[in-house]
Design a binder for this molecule. Structure first.
Ligand code: SF4
Ligand code: SF4
Length: 595
């Protein structure tokens, strides 16, 4: 039977067919829908699903379950793996009993990430098998195969889709759902306790398992060789689709070797290379496959010309597509460059990313920009919707590095520039993710910073997932929410304030008060994301009162406000936050009911 599934949904379906017992995740584009689909299926299929506080926690929860023999899946985006790197490296040594599949979605381009890092490199670093799907069908099939491989080798296995596999839809052949019948019980054994002596032995074991994985992959259905002459292309993942389409359009019949598993099947690749005079390696991101191909050619003393990223024929940055791959193949074959100029799509208006109309974060930034007006201040930022606070006209953020770094970088800056005011912005979900240790550090070292927690009661940027500050779980049950104010006080912060960003006067007083404190202070700016609670009123400009001073659109910049020749207008997407009416010096902005 076939079902139309998005790649991420296909991964979730594969996990359910594999009979998983536990699913964990921290959301992050392009991986988020894997867990969203799993959480929906959890009650029907009887497995446990949770959003964990961060990726390290998610992996450790899944590992605990796998130690007892349960099948577990954990999903995250590529930068999330950096957070989970610590348990991952040790887990590769210790191993697992039940299958553990780690879905890490890579984002070449990147579309919504800080980096274009390649998780296949992480797989090599941790010495763990990696499956690299190119289509939703393959993503589902590889998920099942990854569980089998994990249990055969006793190792966690990485499934590494990229954005285009995650988000494309395909009719996917679905199979039977396997019911988990195994006995799940943790058996006490010294092998679960990592100690230096054991680590050495486990490292030896891991090296053997890594070679065994390469051997197993010689017969994997995910690696295919098509011999059509002595000029060939070696490719992987989504690039395989571009290569096949490009060859069809160009009418060329080159040999093609598709690699879907890492470590690569060396005999299969060597055998392909032996039949080729020239080879082009086509892959996105790092030259992982290309390096392996070059190594094998050298090891086997093969006289084959290898093109790819190392001679700059294939770009190292950004995504590939069929047009780019056609140009690469043309060059490889020495064909004349395409002379017909492609039809250019019409120029689209620039649409820079911005905070939504009525977003409470915009008001929070506005409040703090006003509060520090006469001070020499630095605003450190973090990852989330509020990263968009750096866009004009607010231009409120001076730094953004990674999850939780706003709080800690502010402390570093304060140490070297003690005369400047340091204000760190972080979201509620991100605060639970990695903000807490940074705040504890500020308290412990008594660093004079103000941390502003932008509490919009959700994880908005990745699709409104719950987090530990909310009274519901991924599976929809009602649970005790962790009160941010209580938590912040428990971290040792004495000066803790709460404000509503829509109440500008009160919020500005509180911001000014917090900035006067010595030592760490925290302001919780609490107001639901506009996409959770839509008000019944919107605002309008009374043109006879408006004197076109520009305060509303020049300093606040709500995207629902715009200036036309005959004055300022407010569009229908106004979310009725009222902030523009509070800042208009002429009292020209008034509420009306939504039509
Ligand atoms: S009330 Fe004003 S600031 Fe708020 S969403 Fe509407 S136009 Fe934007
Ligand atoms: S702030 Fe008020 S007076 Fe000034 S342009 Fe906007 S609506 Fe008009």
């Amino acid at each position: 039977m076939k079902q139309l599934l998005m790649g991420n949904e296909a991964i979730a379906r594969g996990a359910v067919e594999a009979g998983i017992d536990v699913a964990t995740a921290y959301p992050g584009t392009p991986s988020s829908e894997v867990f969203m689909a799993l959480a929906k299926m959890a009650p029907e299929h009887g497995f446990y699903a949770e959003y964990s506080a961060n990726e390290k926690v998610a992996l450790e929860v899944a590992a605990g379950a796998a130690y007892a023999g349960a099948r577990s899946i954990v999903s995250m985006k590529q930068v999330g793996l950096n957070v989970a790197a610590d348990p991952l490296m040790s887990l590769a040594y210790i191993g697992v009993k039940g299958g553990l599949v780690l879905v890490v979605a890579d984002d070449p381009g990147p579309h919504s990430s800080q980096t274009e890092q390649d998780t296949r490199k992480f797989g090599q670093f941790a010495k763990l098998p990696v499956f690299n799907p190119g289509t939703p069908q393959e993503a589902k099939d590889m998920t099942l195969a990854a569980f089998e491989t994990s249990e055969k080798l006793g190792l966690p296995v990485i499934l590494r889709p990229t954005t285009r596999t995650c988000h494309v839809c395909q009719d996917v052949e679905v199979g039977e759902v396997r019911k988990s019948k195994k006995v799940i019980r943790f058996e006490k054994d010294p092998k679960w306790v990592i100690m230096p002596k054991l680590s050495y032995l486990k490292h030896q074991e891991l090296n053997v398992k890594y070679l065994k994985a390469a051997e197993m992959f010689e017969t994997s259905p995910f690696n295919e060789s098509l011999i059509r002459g002595n000029q060939g292309i070696i490719t992987t993942g989504v690039s395989y689709n571009y290569v096949m389409e490009a060859l069809e359009i160009l009418g060329e019949n080159l040999s093609v070797l598709k690699i879907g598993t890492y470590p690569i099947p060396e005999k299969m690749v060597t055998n392909f290379l032996k039949q080729m005079d020239t080879v082009l390696v086509v892959e996105e991101q790092e030259p992982v496959l290309e390096d392996e191909v070059i190594k094998l050619a050298w090891k086997n003393n093969l006289r084959v010309d290898i093109s790819g990223k190392h001679n700059n024929d294939v770009p190292r940055e950004g995504e590939l597509d069929t047009d780019k791959v056609m140009a690469i193949i043309r060059k490889f074959l020495g064909l004349p460059e395409e002379t017909v100029s492609p039809v250019s799509p019409p120029e689209l208006p620039l649409r820079p990313p911005t905070l939504c109309a009525g977003c409470p974060h915009r008001a929070s930034f506005y409040v703090f920009k006003k509060a520090v007006r006469k001070m020499d201040a630095i605003f450190t930022g973090d990852i989330g919707c509020y990263t968009l606070g750096n866009a004009p006209p607010l231009e409120a953020l001076d730094t953004c590095l990674c999850m939780g770094a706003g709080v800690t970088q502010a402390q570093g800056l304060k140490r070297v520039e003690p005369e400047r005011k340091l204000v760190a912005f972080i979201g509620d979900s991100t605060f639970f993710h990695t903000g807490i240790p940074g705040l504890i550090n500020a308290v412990y070292n008594q660093t004079d910073i103000t941390v502003v927690i932008l509490d919009n009661r959700t994880t908005a940027m990745t699709g409104f997932q719950p987090h530990p500050g909310l009274p519901q779980t991924a599976m929809g049950t009602k649970e005790e929410a962790i009160d941010l104010e209580v938590l912040v006080k428990a971290c040792g912060v004495r000066n803790v304030y709460k404000a509503d960003p829509y109440d500008l006067e009160q919020a500005q007083k509180i911001a000014a008060r917090a900035l006067e404190d010595n030592g760490p202070s925290v302001v919780i700016m609490k107001r639901e994301c506009v996409h959770l609670v839509r008000p019944s009123i919107r605002y309008e400009v009374e043109t006879d009162k408006c004197n076109n001073c520009g305060v509303c659109y020049k300093t606040f910049g709500c995207p629902a406000l715009f200036k036309e020749d005959d004055g300022v207008k407010i569009m229908d997407d106004c979310n009725g936050c009222s902030v523009c009416s509070q800042i208009c010096p002429s009292g020209a902005i008034k509420p009306v009911r939504h039509s």
